[in-house]
Design a protein around this ligand. Structure first.
Ligand code: BJW
Length: 252
């Protein structure tokens, strides 16, 4: 029998995991690219860009409302659970950066999570700096939501999904937290794992190269070869729900 590849984790090991849509695929959430992907039915620039929202907010809200409805009863899978269990063992020596907006890592119990591209379950104002708030509602052309805070000032502004669209900056505090984690102290062994992402979207796709340039061991866990495959020293091909539960061996 072939033994599956394992990452051995001793007490000096710090682990950062980057996840993408592939990690939620086995829970039934479609990925973005490829056949039957989310982008198949939509032009990206129409539903995931600030210009698209300005042009047709009803279309954008319909797209995200349909995704809220589809993700409402979805459950985390064994891959999500494995990462939550790993965090339980490593504590602050673990960080999870996800590009996913579905909240499934948190539903599985992960707490040290950075949602790099925002959250499907939050809404914010498209104009004022009112903080994003929890929201599971659906909106259509008939009930497009306006911002109450802007309204109180006699302004009108639409609320928008709390998502990082193409051309928008990621939260600087999130990027700073990732950068700091990738600068561990002397004597630390750093391991970086990328899982279920096509490695096409920046800046997430570039983290592997940064990690490697800082001496991290880089691991790829994916169904197909991603665009940034050359940045990894170790590759394990297959489904994350099957591979992640057996990938980590904590010693000591
Ligand atoms: C499995 C599996 C299983 C399947 N098990 N695996 C440098 C160079 C070139 C371009 C740029 C650059 N820097 C910035 C850009 C522009 C742009 C970009 O990257 N464009 C590229 C496409 C070329 N980036 C941006 O615009 C970013 N902003 C930015 O950089 O701002 C700079 C700035 C600074 C200061 C001021 C202003 C601006 C923002 C990117 C935001 C991305 N947002 C999206 C949509 C919103 C979220 C949503 O609606 O859900 O996020 S795009 C979409 O792609 C989504 C995803 O999070 C993201 C990544 O997709 P992911 O997760 O990789 O999914 P897939 O489907 O592509 O791949 C799935 C993978 O899983 C596959 O490999 C499968 O094989 C695998 N798989 N089942 C394991 N069971």
């Amino acid at each position: 029998m072939v033994r599956p590849a394992q990452i051995k984790l001793d007490p000096r090991t710090h682990v950062m995991v980057l996840t993408g849509a592939g990690v939620s695929a086995e829970s039934g959430i479609p990925t973005f690219r490829g056949s039957a992907g989310l982008w198949e039915e939509h032009r990206v620039e129409d539903v995931a860009s600030p210009a698209g929202f300005l042009r047709d907010p009803a279309l954008v809200w319909r797209f995200y409302s349909e995704r809220r409805a589809a993700a409402k009863d979805v459950r985390p899978n064994a891959g999500h659970a494995a990462l939550a269990a790993l965090e339980e063992q490593l504590g602050d020596r673990f960080l999870l950066a996800t590009q996913n907006i579905d909240g499934l890592h948190q539903a599985a119990g992960s707490r040290r999570v950075i949602e790099m591209h925002g959250s499907l379950w939050k809404t914010r104002c498209s104009r004022c700096d009112r903080p994003a708030f929890d929201d599971r509602d659906s909106y259509t052309a008939q009930n497009l939501p306006g911002c109450a805070q802007c309204d109180a000032r006699g302004d009108f502004a639409l609320l928008r999904p709390h998502i990082v669209w193409f051309g928008e900056a990621l939260a600087s505090e999130d990027l700073a937290r990732i950068d700091a984690f990738l600068r561990p102290g002397a004597g630390t062994r750093l391991v970086f794992v990328s899982c279920g992402t096509s490695g096409m979207v920046q800046p997430a796709a570039g983290i592997a190269r940064v990690a490697r340039s800082r001496g991290a061991e880089t691991w790829l866990v994916n169904l197909e070869s991603p665009d940034n495959a050359g940045d990894f020293e170790h590759t394990v091909m297959g489904k994350s729900g099957e591979l992640l539960p057996q990938l980590f061996a904590v010693t000591g």
